[in-house]
Design a protein around this ligand. Structure first.
Ligand SMILES: *Cc1c(COP(=O)(O)O)cnc(C)c1O
Length: 725
C-alpha cells in the first residue's frame, strides 16, 4: 500500500497553477492575506464551504473554475507574486536569527506541546495554550529559528459544540479525514509509515508520525492509530485532555518519551528542549535514560539534561497541575527506573509531592527538576509561580526563586484583519511587517486619518454581524432548533450598536456570568433607546467540566430571555475562525478572570491590535499593557483573600465603568458622526499594545534569554547553581 499516494492528493490542476498544491501544504498561507485571496478567488463559495481548507478545496473545486482563473490576468499576477513571496520566504536568506546568531543555526531547538492551534481546520487545540504554541511556531518560522516541534494528531480532534434548547453543551467528536488535512505521513526507506515505540504495561505501543509544514518550521505529530496496536491503543491519541488517568499518563509517555524517540528517528540532535507546560515532562527521563545508557551516572545525566532544557509553566493554581498517583507510576514505570540506575524510592523522589488527596508524582515538579531555565507567562504570573514553587528552593527568598517571566504575545499577521494589513502598509511603511515589535514604527498609527480607521472598523463589524446572521440562518434551515435558539444565535444583532465580545474557554475562574449579576441593571444598560449595547458570548467548556457547563447554561438562560431584545447572544462552537471574526469585529473585548488565575491571556492582545478596546481585570498581560488611555481596567491592582468580596467589587467596577464611561464615550459623536475620542483610544490601543504583545517580541525574548544561553551552556559544560532540592 502506498501511504503517500493514499494521503497526499494529486490534485488535478492546470499546469499554469500547479504550485497551488505547495501552498495548500504549507501553513504559510494561513498568515498571508494574498495567499488566502488566491484560494478564495477561484471559487468563493466553495472556499467558505470548505471552511478555508485549501487541501479539501483543491480536491473538490470544479475544473471550469480553475480554467477560468488560469485565463485571468489579474489572478495570474496575484499567483506569480504570491509564489515569488513564498519562495523568498522559504529560502530565508536574511532572517533575524541568521543576522544575529548565524553560528547557532545548526543547533536545533525542540519545542514540545500537547496542543497546537494553527488553523480552524486542524482541531488539535482546545484553547489558549494551543493557540500560543501555534503562534510560537509561526513566529519561529518568520524569525528563522532552527526550531522543530512535536505534538499529537488527535484523530478525533477537539469537539464540535452544540447548545441544546435549555443551554446544555453537547459535544460531538468527529474523526479527522487525513486526506483533507495539510498533513504528510513520514515514511521510512521502505515507503512504510515511520513509527516509534514506547513501553506501556505489558506491551509496546507504536506511534506513527505526520508532518505539517509551518512555514519553515516542521511540526511532527504522533498518532497511535497504527496497524499492530490493539483497538484500545489505537484510540490513545484520539482526544485532547482525557480525564481517564491511564489514558492520560499513556498520552504523556507517548509525547515525552515517544517524542524524543521520534526526533532521534528523524535524525535530530537538539541542543535545546523546550517544554511548553508540563505535559511533556517525561522527556527529561527519556533523555536521562539515553545518557545513563551511554555510561554516565544518573546525577550527571540529570545535570546534562537540565542544562539544555527550558520549562514554561502556565498554571497559576495548584489544583490545575498534572499529578499522577503513585500506584499508577508503579504500574507504568517499574520497568523504566532500573534503566536510570534508580530504585523505586529514588525514582519517585524525583517528583514526589504531597497533595491533599495523597502522594503523587508531579509533572510540574518533574519539569522543574529537569530544566535549567524556567518561566511563567506574565510578570504577575512569574510572581505567583515563584510563590507557588518556593518550597522547591527553601534556602532562597521568594524573589530569588529561579523562575523568570516572559509575557505572552500573538502572531500579528495571523490575527490582524486584512483591511488593517492594507491600512498599516500604507501608513506604517511597506516594510512594516519587518518591524512588528518596534514601538517607534507603531507611532505611525497616529497618522491614520480617523475617517479611514473608523471606516475599516465599521466594515469589520458589519462583516461580523452578517457572518453571525448567516450562521443563524443555516442553523435554522438545518432544522431541529427552537426559534428562540435562532434569536440567541444573533439574528437581531445591530451592526451599529456598541458591541462587547466575551469569548473564551468556560472555566469558572473566567467568571463569564459576572456581568449578569444584577440582570435588571444590565437590561437598563443595554436597552437604552439611543444607546443600544449588545454582548456576544462564545466559548466551550471541557466536556468533563461540569461547573463549566453549568456556567454556559446560566449564560444561555439569560441570553434566551425576551427582555434583552436579542442583544445578548451566545455563539456555538468557538474556534480560531470565530475568534478572528470576534477580535476583529467587536468594539470592546471583555475579560473578567478572578485574579490572579489568568496566567496571561492572549485573546485581548488579538483584539488590541485590531483597534478593539480591552476592558479587563488587571490580571495577566493586561496588568502590563493598560496605561489609562488604551482601554479600561476592571478593579485595581490588588489581591483579595475572599472571592465573594472580589466578585462584588469587580462587578461594581465593571458595571459602573460601562454606564459612566464606555457607553457614553462610544455614543459621543461630535462631527460627521465620528466618535473622535473613541478613535483616539483605538489608536492608542494599537500603537502601544501591538509591538509589546507581538509574538515577535516574545520569541525574540525566548531566544535571547533562554535558547541562546542554553545552547552556549551545552557547548561549555558548567555546574549549574541553585538547582531545586
Ligand atoms: C486566542 C484564543 C484563546 C485564548 O484566549 P484567552 O481567553 O485570552 O486565553 C482561546 N481560544 C481560541 C479559539 C483563541 O483564538
Amino acid at each position: 500500500m502506498d501511504f503517500r499516494a493514499q494521503t497526499l492528493n494529486n490534485f488535478s490542476l492546470p499546469r499554469r497553477l500547479g504550485r497551488l498544491s505547495e501552498l495548500a501544504y504549507n501553513l504559510w498561507w494561513t498568515w498571508t492575506p494574498d495567499a488566502q485571496r488566491l484560494f478564495a478567488r477561484i471559487d468563493p463559495e466553495l472556499w467558505e464551504q470548505s471552511y478555508h481548507n485549501p487541501v479539501q478545496f483543491l480536491r473538490q473545486v470544479a475544473r471550469p473554475h480553475l480554467n477560468a482563473v488560469a485565463q485571468d490576468r489579474y489572478f495570474l499576477e496575484l499567483y506569480d507574486r504570491t509564489l515569488r513571496a513564498f519562495d523568498r520566504y522559504m529560502q530565508g536568506k536574511s532572517t533575524w536569527f541568521l543576522q544575529h546568531y548565524a553560528d547557532q543555526i545548526h543547533h536545533p531547538i525542540a519545542y514540545f506541546s500537547t496542543e497546537f492551534g494553527l488553523h480552524e481546520t486542524l482541531p488539535i487545540y482546545a484553547g489558549g495554550l494551543g493557540v500560543l504554541s501555534g503562534d510560537h511556531l509561526k513566529e519561529a518560522s518568520d524569525l528563522g529559528l532552527p526550531l522543530v516541534a512535536v505534538g499529537f494528531l488527535y484523530t478525533r480532534g477537539y469537539f464540535v459544540q452544540h447548545i441544546s434548547e435549555d443551554g446544555w453543551q453537547e459535544a460531538r467528536f468527529q474523526r479527522l479525514r487525513y486526506e483533507d488535512l495539510p498533513v504528510v505521513p513520514v515514511l521510512n526507506d521502505d515507503g512504510q509509515p515511520l513509527t516509534v515505540s514506547v513501553a506501556l504495561p505489558g506491551r509496546e505501543v507504536l506511534a506513527r508520525l505526520w508532518e505539517i509544514h509551518v512555514g519553515r518550521v516542521p511540526l511532527y505529530l504522533l498518532d497511535t492509530d497504527v496497524d499492530g496496536n490493539t483497538d484500545g491503543d489505537r484510540e490513545l491519541t484520539a482526544r485532547l485532555y482525557t480525564s481517564d488517568l491511564e489514558a492520560r499518563i499513556s498520552q504523556e509517555i507517548i509525547l515525552g518519551i515517544g517524542g524524543v524517540r521520534a526526533l532521534r528517528a528523524l535524525g535530530y540532535n537538539p541542543s535545546v528542549w523546550h517544554m511548553n507546560e508540563g505535559h511533556s515532562a517525561f522527556m527529561g527521563l527519556e533523555r536521562a535514560r539515553e545518557i545513563v545508557a551511554a555510561g554516565h551516572p544518573f546525577e550527571e545525566a540529570q545535570e546534562m539534561v537540565r542544562a539544555a532544557t527550558i520549562f514554561t509553566t502556565h498554571t497559576p493554581v495548584p489544583a490545575g497541575s498534572d499529578e499522577f498517583p503513585l500506584w499508577l507510576m508503579d504500574k507504568y514505570f517499574a520497568a523504566f527506573w532500573p534503566q536510570l540506575g534508580l530504585d523505586r524510592e529514588a525514582f519517585i523522589n524525583i517528583a514526589r509531592r504531597e497533595m491533599s488527596w495523597g502522594e503523587t508524582f508531579s509533572m510540574p515538579l518533574l519539569a522543574f527538576r529537569f530544566s535549567g531555565r524556567r518561566n511563567g507567562v506574565s510578570e504577575l504570573h512569574g510572581q505567583v509561580a515563584r510563590k507557588m514553587w518556593h518550597f522547591l528552593w527553601p534556602e532562597r527568598s521568594e524573589s530569588e526563586v529561579p523562575i523568570t517571566s516572559i509575557t505572552n504575545g500573538v502572531h500579528t499577521s495571523t490575527w490582524l484583519a486584512r483591511q488593517l494589513h492594507i491600512l498599516f502598509r500604507r501608513y506604517l511603511g511597506r516594510d512594516w511587517l519587518e518591524h512588528l515589535d518596534d514601538p517607534e514604527m507603531w507611532e505611525g498609527v497616529e497618522s491614520i486619518p480617523d475617517e479611514e480607521l473608523w471606516a475599516v472598523h465599521r466594515h469589520l463589524k458589519r462583516k461580523l454581524v452578517f457572518y453571525i446572521r448567516d450562521r443563524a440562518r443555516r442553523q435554522w434551515m438545518r432544522g431541529g432548533v427552537h426559534p428562540v435558539q435562532v434569536i440567541a444565535s444573533g439574528v437581531l444583532l445591530d451592526p451599529y450598536a456598541l458591541t462587547i465580545g466575551f469569548a473564551r474557554r468556560f472555566a469558572t475562574y473566567k467568571r463569564a456570568s459576572l456581568i449578569l449579576r444584577d440582570f435588571d441593571r444590565l437590561l437598563a444598560l443595554i436597552n437604552q433607546p439611543n444607546r443600544p449595547v449588545q454582548i456576544i458570548f462564545a466559548g466551550k467548556a471541557h466536556p468533563d467540566d461540569h461547573p463549566g457547563k453549568m456556567l454556559i447554561q446560566e449564560v444561555y438562560r439569560a441570553v434566551k430571555k425576551a427582555e434583552n431584545g436579542g442583544r445578548l447572544v451566545f455563539l456555538e462552537d468557538y474556534d480560531m475562525n470565530l475568534a478572528r471574526y470576534l477580535v476583529q469585529g467587536v468594539d470592546v473585548w471583555l475579560n473578567t478572570p478572578r485574579r490572579p488565575n489568568e496566567a496571561s491571556g492572549t485573546s485581548g492582545q488579538k483584539a488590541a491590535l485590531n483597534g478593539v478596546l480591552n476592558f479587563s481585570v488587571l490580571d495577566g498581560w493586561w496588568r502590563e499593557g493598560f496605561n489609562g488611555q488604551n482601554g479600561w481596567a476592571i478593579g485595581d491592582d490588588v489581591d483579595f483573600d475572599d472571592p465573594t468580596v472580589q466578585d462584588q467589587r469587580d462587578y461594581e467596577s465593571l458595571i459602573s465603568t460601562l454606564e459612566n464611561e464606555i457607553v457614553p464615550l462610544y455614543y459621543h459623536r461630535v462631527e460627521n458622526g465620528l466618535p473622535r475620542e473613541w478613535i483616539a483610544r483605538m489608536k492608542a490601543s494599537i500603537r502601544t499594545l501591538a509591538p509589546q504583545f507581538s509574538m515577535r517580541r516574545m520569541v525574540k525574548e525566548y531566544t535571547e534569554r533562554l535558547y541562546i544561553p542554553a545552547i552556549a551552556e551545552g557547548e561549555e559544560p558548567s555546574v549549574l547553581a541553585g538547582e531545586p532540592g
